[in-house]
Design a protein around this ligand. Structure first.
Ligand code: TMP
Length: 396
């Protein structure tokens, strides 16, 4: 019945798996249709195609949280806040990646969960207790058996990557103590719609949460949001502080009503806003192509900065190849010298002077614009220009 509530609003075309960087460019690659839906009952925005987790999160996952100073700082600040406000005996992080958050804690204070074996290996080597497993009920049972109940669970940019949200929250419920707190953070649907950042959508981002949809979802599990913070990370994220409904010791902050009010005022609970979004995205696509093609006519050399999964969505949706964007550059070891998934654009190792050879830089990692502009002062001083598509395609 839930299927019937799903309303289609945008097709982002044939897309490869976003993190499937390849040593050689293959003309024939497995692609799928990236289609976006709004569920009028649960208010969840999601993609229709579900790729098995094993195909996305395996022993070769390239993305590392530690690649940006912005994320490292964000996790550091949060870890201080957790210690000061909640002081948990034991913290469990679902999706601990390369340990950027947990390394701020003592080894006996945290447990990491990370299904990507190459990443789990990193925190294991650092002697942090790490379960190299997917977050599901079987694992929750195992953890409860060993560690009893947990008073703090944290998860950033992970739960929206898991198809079965019922299992996710059932499993959280199983290990969370009576007065325990769950903190989750993910890109904000409101910010995405406001910024026309359709590149938030790719095969790994199955859902894009709003406070409205998270509240509806949590109710079924005796959980509720008691505080919300707007973050700048990942182009605008929301951090949800969650408790059991039955726990009356924690007061509910005004921030919750405020955020939900803001989202409703914008229309996130109604289908019409998504139809508007679709129109904006089609415009965004043609404008970006127009800008890039004009620059190519003027013989300008363009490079992409940050070979992000987001940029994969853009390059494939807008059909941009190496005749337009010659290369990308990135600091991530597992992306360097590989091709952008689905495209014949090679990713070059980031070096201090790399931008010198180019006239324009397309911001693949627009979410780290401040950090990148700071780093590339020289290029900007010497007349180098950036191109972004957020909130609208333009040269900056
Ligand atoms: P994300 O937007 O999905 O978090 O990915 C950011 C990507 O950008 C990641 O591959 C690292 C890369 N990056 C750089 O290459 N240089 C930088 O200065 C920053 C901030 C990120």
């Amino acid at each position: 019945t839930i299927q019937l509530m799903n309303k289609f609003f945008l097709n982002l075309g044939k897309q490869p798996l976003a993190n499937n960087y390849q040593k050689k460019f293959l003309k024939k690659q497995v692609k799928y249709n990236l289609k976006l839906y709004f569920n009028s009952k649960t208010k969840l925005v999601s993609i229709s195609k579900r790729i098995p987790s094993e195909k996305m999160f395996n022993n070769k996952y390239p993305y590392k949280s530690s690649m940006s100073v912005t994320m490292k700082n964000s996790f550091k600040i949060l870890s201080k806040e957790i210690k000061n406000k909640f002081n948990p005996n034991l913290l469990l992080e679902i999706g601990s990646n390369d340990g950027t958050l947990i390394s701020n804690f003592k080894r006996n204070q945290v447990i990491g969960i990370e299904p990507c074996k190459n990443l789990a290996q990193i925190t294991k080597k650092m002697k942090y207790q790490t379960y190299a497993s997917y977050w599901n009920f079987n694992l929750a049972k195992k953890i409860k058996k060993k560690h009893k109940q947990l008073d703090l669970l944290y998860s950033a940019n992970t739960l929206t990557h898991i198809s079965d949200l019922s299992d996710v929250f059932k499993s959280i419920n199983h290990v969370l103590s009576k007065n325990g707190v769950l903190i989750i953070e993910d890109p904000s649907l409101l910010e995405c719609i406001k910024k026309n950042s359709y590149d938030q959508f790719y095969n790994e981002h199955i859902y894009l949460f709003s406070a409205i949809s998270v509240e509806i979802l949590l109710k079924k599990f005796d959980l509720q949001i008691f505080d919300i913070k707007n973050l700048k990370t990942h182009g605008g994220s929301l951090r949800y502080y969650i408790k059991r409904i039955s726990n009356e010791n924690i007061k509910i902050s005004k921030s919750v009503k405020k955020q939900i009010h803001k989202e409703k005022k914008f229309g996130l609970d109604k289908f019409s806003i998504y139809k508007k979004f679709t129109i904006n995205i089609k415009k965004s696509k043609s404008k970006l192509i127009k800008i890039l093609k004009r620059l190519i006519k003027q013989k300008k050399r363009i490079i992409g900065y940050g070979a992000t999964a987001k940029a994969v969505t853009i390059m494939n949706y807008c059909n941009i190849d190496s005749n337009i964007i010659r290369n990308f550059t990135d600091t991530t070891p597992d992306k360097i010298n590989n091709y952008m998934p689905g495209r014949n654009i090679k990713i070059l190792k980031y070096k201090k002077d790399i931008l010198k050879k180019y006239d324009y830089v397309f911001l693949g990692a627009w979410n780290f614009k401040d950090e990148i502009f700071k780093k590339e002062r020289e290029f900007i001083k010497n007349g180098g220009k950036f191109i972004t598509h957020v909130p609208k395609p333009k040269i900056i």
